[in-house]
Design a protein around this ligand. Sequence first.
Ligand SMILES: Cc1ncc(COP(=O)(O)O)c(C=O)c1O
Length: 425
Amino acid sequence: MDWNFLTTLQFDSLDLDARDQEILDALAQKLQDNYPYAAPEYAGQMIKPPHHLAQAAHWMTSFINPNNHALDGGRATSALELECIQALGTMIGYNQPLGHLTSGGTVANLEALWVARQNQPTTKVLASAQSHYTHQRMSEVLGMEFGAIGADEHGRMDLGELEEALKILAAAGRTATIVATMGTTGMGAVDPLHDILELAGVYGARVHADAAYGGYFKLCALNEASDEAAFAALGRADSVVIDPHKHGLQPYGCGAVLFKNPKEGKFYKHDSPYTYFTSDQLHLGEITLECSRPGAAAAALWATLQKFPLDKGGEFAQRLEHSLAAARGLTQFLEDEGFWVMDPALDICVFSKQGLKASQVSAENRDFFEEQARAGVHLALFKLAPSQCPWPIEWDQDELVVVRSVLMKPEHNDPKLWEKIAGLA
Ligand SMILES: Cc1ncc(COP(=O)(O)O)c(C=O)c1O
C-alpha cells in the first residue's frame, strides 16, 4: 500500500490558494515515507487506522477549534466529553465515573499515579516488570518510589513476589499503589486483577489498572478464565486508564483516565484567574492536569461511540473478536510451521525461530524481521528475559530477541495473511 491517494484529496470547501496547494502537494510527497499502517501487511506495532467517521468528526470540529479546558472555550465538546467518559465508565463497571480524555496513555497514567500520591503521599508504586516503562518514569516525575515485580512465563505479574513486597511495606508502616496492566505492551498479557484486588484488600493498597491497550477487550470473550476474571474485576480498581487512540478507532491524541470515586476530583481543585467565568457548572479544566485539550478529540470519540456503542456482542466487540481470533489462528499456524510460539491472551503474538543458543536465535529472529520487511510484511521485535521464556534454550546472553506481531485490524483474521507473516507466501 502506498500513500499516493493523499495527493488526490480534495479540499474544495477551503479557501486554498495555489501556494497552499503546492505546499500540500509537497507534504503529501513527504508523507509517503511511512510504513503502510492501514494495510493488513502492517502487523508490527500498536498502530490501528482511525475510523473515517472519527477522522471526519475531528476535522469538522477543528473548524470551530474548541478547547475543552473550560466551558468558556468548548461548551458543546465538553458535554460530548462527559458523555464519552460515561460510556467508558459504564463499560468498565463504574457507577459514577469521574474522568476525562487526555493526550494519551502516558499522561492518563501520570494523572492516576498523581491522584494515588495525593491520597497517600508515601505510597510506593508496584508494577510488573512487563508494565509499560511510563510507570517507572512517571513515578520519578512524581517523586514516588517505584518497585518492579517479576512476571511469570505468561507475562503476568507474580503474585508471590507482589505479596512479599506488600509485607515489607506493611512492616515499614507504608502502603502501595499496585499497577495492574490489562494487556501488556510486549505480549498482551493480562495481570490477574481479581487476585491483585484481594491482596490489595488485605494490605490496604490502592489499585490502578493500566488498560491503555487492552481495556476494550472487556467487551469480548477471552481465551483464559483468569483473564476473563481479571476484566470482570475492572470496575473494582480505584482508577483505570484506557486509550481510545489504540483500539478505539481514534486518531492519536486520545487517551482517558477514570476514577471510581468521584470525590477524588477534589485533588485537582485549583483556581484559575483567567477562566471558569461563564458557568457554575463543572469545567473540565477543574479536573485535569493538562490545560488546553482538543474538543475535536471528544467530538471524534463521541461520533464513533454513536456508530459503535460499547456493547458486548455488538459490532465493535465483534471487530475486536476478529483480532483475538487472528492471534489464535496465527499462533496455531506458526506452531504448525515449526516456530516456537506463546499462547496469546489478547491480539499480540510473540514467536521465535527454533534453535540452540539465545545469541544465535536472536540473530535469526532479527534477520527474519528484516527479510519480512523487505518483502512488505511489517512485524516488530521484543526482548524476553530468561524468566519469561517458555522454550528450551541455552542462555549465552541475558535476553532473547523474539518476533512480535500486533493484530489490531479485523483484516488480520485471514489465513492468507498468516502465510505471509510466516514467510511462506
Ligand atoms: C499498557 C500501556 N500503557 C501505557 C502506554 C502509553 O500510552 P501512550 O503511548 O498513549 O502515551 C502504552 C503504549 O503503548 C501501553 O501499551
